[in-house]
Design a protein around this ligand. Structure first.
Ligand SMILES: NC(=O)N[C@@H](CC(=O)O)C(=O)O
Ligand SMILES: [Zn+2]
Ligand SMILES: [Zn+2]
Length: 347
């Protein structure tokens, strides 16, 4: 196969940041994706519908002329998110989900939830209104090993949450383990998951063998090979519960190449090519379209995109770095590696 044409994909988990950083990265996503669920972990976080509306306007204003890209906004859940904020969010038509960050779990999560019991009324309102809860699924307990934090989250948080709110629509974001893939596959239809390209392509050796490679450090952290295999099987299974969410998470080069480097992989510039590489390795390119372009829209109850995009088989050496903020650069995931696929801009 020398080219693949598929329905224009959507990105169901994307960090665009704000200001100058956003201006540097938004075009990369808008080029490939029709829509994207925009993560609310700004500083300060997007906790109100009013803030989400203003952020959406800034995104639209930062788009290159002629771009056809719909930012789908989210709210950042806190211990004190009121029920009427959930109702306002739903009524706005612009906010499509609420994001749960356990406090301290990841980048810019300091204002996150300390105990889900504080959010019970807000979550009940979401279940009633059909507004999905997007979950960064890792516990933060000091005594839980970083490689076990997702699996422990399923037992301690996810299962009790769904027992208490069985109708709640939940997206288990950026899953990284066989445990999470199995849990989602066995759950009812209101539970789905996003999977990143980097978790489909790499295990933790990529980050740690032969030197520490900070551009492969993200959260949840890359796991061992058997988990990667389980994610690849889930993504290529044809199950509508698994769909594309890049978790493209830009950080300046200096903030990654540091004694205490930030978590996050910048994958937007080659998002679809990276997914195509993973699907091709699994011999499942024909399943890419469902995963990338159909199942997410179906889960969110939105129409599928109607235009198409094309990937052509052509060697593409990824740039070593790209311009970012204040004269700094940003290193895309797999920088310097040559991919076999290249996104063709629609003419
Ligand atoms: N994935 C990451 O490693 N980082 C994300 C936050 C997140 O999605 O957890 C970021 O905002 O940088
Ligand atoms: Zn996360
Ligand atoms: Zn993320």
């Amino acid at each position: 196969m020398n080219s693949i044409t598929l329905t224009r994909p959507d990105d169901w988990h994307l960090h665009l940041r704000d200001g100058e950083a956003m201006a540097a990265v938004v075009a990369a996503s808008a080029r490939q994706m029709g829509r994207a669920i925009i993560m609310p972990n700004l500083k300060p976080p997007v906790t109100t519908t009013e803030q989400a509306q203003a952020y959406r306007q800034r995104i639209l204003a930062a788009l290159p002329a002629g771009a056809d890209f719909e930012p789908l906004m989210t709210l950042y859940l806190t211990d004190t998110t009121p029920v009427d904020e959930i109702e306002r969010a739903c009524a706005s038509g612009l906010v499509h989900a609420v994001k749960l960050y356990p406090a301290g779990a990841t980048t810019h999560s300091a204002s996150g939830v300390t105990d889900l019991s504080h959010c019970d009324a807000a979550i009940a309102a979401m279940a009633r209104l059909g507004l999905p809860l997007l979950v960064h699924g890792e516990v933060t307990d000091d005594d839980i090993d970083i490689f076990d934090r997702e699996a422990v989250f399923i037992e301690r948080i996810m299962k009790p949450l769904l027992e208490r709110h069985p109708e709640l629509k939940v997206v288990f974001e950026h899953i990284t383990t066989a445990e999470a893939a199995d849990f989602v596959a066995a759950a009812p239809a209101n539970v789905a998951a996003t999977i990143t390209a980097h978790h489909l392509l790499f295990n933790r050796n990529k980050m740690l063998v032969g030197g520490i490679r900070p551009h492969y450090y993200c959260l949840p952290i890359l796991k061992r090979e058997r988990h990667r295999q389980a994610l690849l099987a889930a993504a290529t299974s044809g199950s509508a519960k698994f769909f594309l969410g890049t978790d493209s998470a830009p950080h300046a080069r200096g903030d990654k190449e540091s004694a205490c480097g930030c978590a996050g992989a910048y994958t937007a510039p080659a998002a679809l090519e990276l997914y195509a590489t993973a699907f091709e390795q699994a011999g499942a390119l024909e399943r890419l379209e469902g995963f990338a372009s159909h199942f997410g829209a179906d889960f969110y109850g939105m129409a599928r995109n109607t235009e198409t995009v094309t990937l052509v088989r052509a060697p593409w050496p990824l740039p070593e770095a790209l311009p970012y903020v204040e004269g700094q650069s940003i290193v895309p995931l797999a920088a310097g590696e040559t991919l076999d696929w290249r996104f063709q801009a629609p003419s």
